[in-house]
Design a protein around this ligand. Structure first.
Ligand code: SAM
Length: 289
């Protein structure tokens, strides 16, 4: 069998040197050049047959190459840095039309505009906008759970731990509630800082998110956002105090909920936050007595 033209491309270090891709801090650029590692990450996106794989921030194309070598049939890479677009031209050529590039800010791109479902997002995320991107994707999943079937994302380990955190832990907060409401979330493995060029200051983790067919419990995203913002905004305070920020009586909100007024935000399960979000909606629709 003829070798894959992607595997025959010049080494990534050569591509970086040739196109003068000095990493830019403002774009959160930390490149992964080890093909064994990028292939291991790419395999988490399987099955890729028949799926649209969206890579955010391909940079010089290490993970992009791995995704193609692991069998991505339709790969759309969204990159903000024009220098990378030029550096990736030979990879587009070698991909035989499987890879297409979009020069855009991923924060401003609705997922429905990127190929057809099922869609998988894979990204060694630019850390400066990592949680903003995840929040934007969660909002799109809340509106349509079919918009994404899988997310394989690299975050700083500290952020990854906030996504998968359980109640009563220090890392449990708004991000855990919103993520786990919509997705099954797991940390798959860690990546040491030394694996990146240039190395970041912290360890990274690869997180696998699988959107649920239905959220863990019914409620509106806007109400869940309000309740979690109020409760975790004053996480050391009891709910009878922290929920005052919602502009209605905490006692009324907590009435018949089975949740103690003396409980603190971090003691509540995702389902209990959903219950409070539903009560908030009902009380808001009811209006003042
Ligand atoms: N995927 C490459 C790798 O693993 O070596 C590069 C990862 S680097 C951590 C993040 C990439 O995201 C950079 O190439 C950067 O230019 C790009 N990027 C940063 N902000 C972006 C945005 N808002 N939209 C699209 N790409 C962005």
């Amino acid at each position: 069998m003829a070798s894959d033209p992607v595997a025959a491309l010049p080494p990534l270090r050569q591509v970086i040197a040739q196109h003068e891709l000095a990493a830019r801090k403002s774009l959160g650029q930390h490149f992964l050049l080890d093909l064994n590692l990028t292939r291991r990450i790419a395999r988490l996106a399987a099955p890729m047959q028949g799926a649209t794989v969206v890579e955010v921030g391909p940079g010089p194309g290490g993970l992009t190459r791995a995704l193609l070598l692991e069998g991505a049939e339709r790969l759309i890479a969204v990159e903000k840095d024009r220098r990378c677009q030029v550096a990736l031209a030979s990879l587009v050529e070698a991909s035989h039309k499987r890879l297409s590039l979009i020069e855009a800010d991923a924060l401003r791109l609705p997922l429905e505009e990127l190929g057809t479902a099922p869609r998988t997002i894979v990204s060694n995320l630019p850390y400066n906008v990592g949680t903003a991107l995840l929040t934007a994707w969660l909002q799109q999943i809340a509106a349509d759970p079919m918009v994404l079937s899988r997310l394989v994302l690299m975050f700083q380990k500290e952020v990854a731990e906030r996504l998968v955190a359980a109640p009563r832990s220090k890392a449990y907060g708004r991000l855990a509630v919103l993520t786990q409401w919509l997705c099954e979330a797991d940390i798959v493995f860690d990546i040491p800082a030394s694996a990146f060029t240039p190395p970041p200051k912290v360890v990274s983790s690869v997180v696998l998110l699988r959107p649920r067919a239905q959220p863990l419990a019914p409620c509106r995203l806007s109400d869940l956002e309000r309740v979690t913002a109020a409760a975790f905004g004053q996480r050391r305070k009891m709910l009878r105090q922290s929920l005052k920020g919602l502009g209605l009586s905490p006692a009324l909100l907590l009435q018949d909920s089975g949740i103690a007024e003396t409980a603190r935000a971090e003691e509540l399960s995702v389902e209990e936050f959903c219950l409070l979000a539903r009560k908030l909606q009902a009380l808001s629709e009811q209006g003042p007595e």
